[in-house]
Design a protein around this ligand. Structure first.
Ligand code: ADP
Ligand code: MG
Length: 252
């Protein structure tokens, strides 16, 4: 796809923030769980893309991140590896699903990845399942435009990571089939497209639910191809002490 490995070192990168963790030039230089290193090899990823070089160490250090990079730059792995690693490192005793109340089971994922469309969500699901292979971290997807039954049965088995579109996630929250009370990692992928599609109110409602138990407990990462004012506003509302990363030339 869109990754031109020869042009890597010509790509302009801009990083700002306080005490920014240094980038990694190789995957070996990144401290990931052994299972994740094996999955990187299984995917035949030889070296990290520019956005991965910077974003992975920043996210592994627990920092919030606003990242702007164009399509095809490898953003999915940039947020999935730190999320999976974080989930593995902070395994809770608590189950990922609650006790059944009659027929109703509530799932308590540790990570939420929001994406604008069904197609993108299923792409993220496919990639993240490869990245989470043999880690014991379960990923499920929830998008609209399709009957909810299959997604409900999949959720009932419990999930550490949920990949979702905003509308379908709100539906699941209203049905109390998913709770965001245990969310530690929140990733907004293609944030500019989500806003273009009018999802801002839904996204704000979702983040509000997350802040209810203990505000500020989550690590938040925002990914966008462009950086218009609406995204800048989301960044200042949702992120704290964040690192700002731009890879390539970015439109506003
Ligand atoms: P983006 O979300 O920025 O548009 P993706 O995460 O979808 O980009 O990645 C684009 C393609 O590049 C995918 O097929 C992905 O598997 C591949 N890819 C990602 N990182 C690497 C890497 N380090 N080495 C080789 N291929 C990669
Ligand atoms: Mg993407």
């Amino acid at each position: 796809e869109g990754i031109n490995f020869d042009a890597y070192d010509d790509i302009p990168v801009e990083v700002s923030g306080l005490d920014v963790p240094p980038p990694a030039t190789t995957f070996e230089g990144i401290d990931l769980e052994e299972a994740l290193n094996q999955n990187i090899q299984r995917c035949r990823f030889v070296k990290p893309t520019p956005v991965q070089r910077h974003a992975i160490p920043i996210l592994l250090a627990g920092r919030d991140l606003m990242a702007c990079a164009q399509t095809g730059s490898g953003k999915t792995a940039a947020f999935c590896f730190p999320i999976i690693s974080g989930v593995m490192r902070n395994r809770r005793q608590l189950p990922t699903k609650g006790p059944s109340d009659g027929d109703l089971t509530t799932t308590f994922p540790r990570a939420l990845i929001l994406s604008p469309t069904r197609e993108l969500s299923s792409q993220i699901l496919g990639e993240s399942k490869k990245f989470a292979y043999h880690t014991g971290v379960r990923v499920v997807v929830a998008y609209g435009g399709t009957p909810i039954g299959h997604q409900l049965r999949d959720l009932e088995k419990g999930a550490e990571i949920i990949v979702a579109t905003p509308g379908r996630l709100l539906d699941l929250l209203e049905r109390a089939r998913v709770s965001l009370k245990e969310i530690k990692y929140l990733a907004l992928d293609e944030a500019d497209r989500m806003l273009d599609m009018g999802f801002e109110p839904q996204i704000r409602k979702i983040v509000q639910q997350m802040d209810m138990p203990q505000p500020g407990l989550r690590q938040t990462m925002l990914f966008s191809a462009t950086f218009p004012q609406e995204i800048q506003r989301l960044a200042s509302d949702f992120l704290s002490n964040y690192v700002f990363l731009t890879v390539g030339r970015i439109g506003s």
